[in-house]
Design a protein around this ligand. Sequence first.
Ligand code: PLP
Length: 395
Amino acid sequence: MSRTAPASAGGGSGSAIYLDHNATTALLPAAREALCAALDATGNPASVHAHGRAARALVEKARRAVAARAGARPADIVFTGSATEAIAGALRSAPQTLDVAEIILSSAEHMAALKGAEAAGVPVTTIGVGPEGLVDLDTLARALAAADAAGRRALVVLHAVNNETGVVQPYAEVAALVAPTPHLLLVDAVQLFGRRPLDFTSLKADMMAVSGHKIGAASGVGALIVGPRAEAIRLLPGGGQEQGRRSGTEAVALIAAFGAAAEAFPGAWDEARLMALRDRVETGLLELAPDRAIFGAGAPRMGHVSNFAVPGLVSANALMGLDLMGVSISSGSACASGKVTRSHVLDAMGVDRALAEGGLRVSFGWSSTKADADGFLSAFAEILRRHKAQKGIAA
Ligand code: PLP
């Protein structure tokens, strides 16, 4: 297959090709419009005058849109500054407000959950994932039985879709397991929300976390969705906004953009197109490097993400080389330090350490095109050529 040089704009990041949509996706035009319009509107949603009421109307419109996309009631939505705030805040509050005495989570959770659990001040039980990255229901059932035996109410935290591999967890089965018990469930739905239909109410999870910038809103806004058993949750004390659950003046413009994105994000109907781009990349990789590994390929996976490694090719080197060619991908989750570290998710899946050092993630979004996929493959072919030349491997 002959490949052309990277050329496409692919997502407004300033880079020629942007294939890191799981880290943050391109701003949707509808979200930009709502954001800019709301920025120009003065008024605190807590004020009773006309300006305040106008700001309140923007927040409530967005609340209805986010609720509709999540299959929740508007009253269930608590706007936050991020999904991290929703998850870590819920974990910190749950021992005091929901009588939670233990946290049970998988080793492949996002750092928001792993670090949030550490800070919650109650025992944390970590359950492993299998080689394809899936949690095992029997292992979870045993952890819940142990919590029962210890007389502890547990809060189970599970991501619906893994941000690094796209693996879809059996979150509905886990909800069915937890709902009839005194234990609670928080679903980290950041990578599922908007992309596939969700029905929080019938799922019977107790809490769910979602994020704006994964669905085409600006970053800096998320939500905790709260079910009947978790109504007492409190994220931030103060002026009592968000039904007393998260004080602080609402970020009206960001919330308005979140609502607009929740309405406009293409989601499920675009998944087949993105899966075709993902498959195009995976087929191309197979031609370029027949020994490449694709992580989580044996599990149910979302169609827009591929996490792979070529033995011997270290991800930091590949990312740097691709970046110089104007191609932005990642080694897994976006890390605040900006350093490329081995993925805890690949470690949790038991991937050989040396191979995991080469983990790379390509993730597509609403603005991605075939030219992005081909441009990436063209650049990656060059990375492989240089790598082989350096190692003295025959091409
Ligand atoms: N959970 C998952 C699965 C994620 O992918 C992310 C972001 O990458 C988060 C939580 C945190 O979201 P936010 O960036 O809104 O804090």
